[in-house]
Design a protein around this ligand. Sequence first.
Ligand code: G3I
Length: 369
Amino acid sequence: MTRREFLVGTAAACATMRARATTNAGGVSTLPHVDMSKALGEHAAAKGILFGTALGVGPLKDPAYADLVARQCTIGVSENALKWAALRPAPDRYDFGAGDYCFQFLSSHGMKYRGHTLVWELALPTWFHNTVNAGNAKAMMLDHISVVVRHYAGKMHSWDVVNEAIELNDGRPDGLKNTPWLQMVGPEYIEMAFHAAHEADPKAMLTYNENWLEPESWAETKRQATVALLTNLKKKGVPVHGLGIQSHLFAETVVGGPHFARFLDEVADLGLAILITEMDIRDQHLGGSVETRDQAVAQKYYDYLSFMLQRKAVKVVLTWGLSNRYTWISEHNPRPDGSPVRPLPYDADLKPTPAWSAVAAAFDQASER
Ligand code: G3I
């Protein structure tokens, strides 16, 4: 299915969704009642699940927001602080300032830390393309992984070792994206990266992180390429321990169908953990009042999380930001009507949105892991 057909389907999905809105005739939410005195992290922990969010130094310097994160979450992931662009001001230098700031915040609250991401074709420093070439790319990649992972050795819950390495449109039989790493090191760059990360920190869970795996209708070929990659890595004894499913959804994205279900079971059957690593739900294509949009977003959180948590392999759930005050979507994907986006469990005033109750309800109904 092309993206255009997907968007056409979107309009239809919107209509259905308005019909299925999570409110009854009186506009009262039909989501299960939840105990709002308990934090989301507590609702999750009761089922053996970690709940957390993406962190940045800027938002953490907002005391009210930092308190909210510390109250609601049990794990945090670096949104940008541990990408090459932030870590590598120069080819021979490392700057752990932002990464350590996030670590200090988390460890001071007894929270776990996820690292994102050691190998990706984006968020590379300005010097990268003039300095890294086929002659030194492998050494640069392995040195980077070794230095960065050793810096947090024994302190990191998990690492996204490789991020978004599959792109079917690049036309390769293995579905791999034609990234600078693939061009300069070869397809083995992925297994090399996992071996290097494991050698540097044998205790950390090592994950492959990918996007656009969730839509039932048009992501099947990507899911199959992802399972093939993971199966091949496991067959070779590569130390990959989990799959990160980013879960950047639209409120109208149709998820939770039989194809996605089979995919999750295939991944679990490989003995891999499944992590929801970057969840947010966009209301870009929704019209109507803020209340109507919020209810539709909440319904999608509830439906998606309820579906995912049916699998005991899902033990970690992170949103990509906790409040609409700090979301990448405001800058990268604003609403066509210019009104503020509302993809997260807290609004810009740090008040819980209906999505908060939806997430808590999904945890409450999940079975213990
Ligand atoms: O740090 C520079 C700053 O010095 C400069 O003044 C400023 C203005 O241009 O840019 C700052 O860099 C920005 C960086 O975020 C840190 O804020 C980049 O321009 C901006 O492109 C970058 O966006 C991040 C994006 O990944 C690319 O790395 C988003 O915040 C982040 O939410 C997004 O996250 C990705 C995941 O890593 C992977 N999955 C998809 C997800 C959303 O795109």
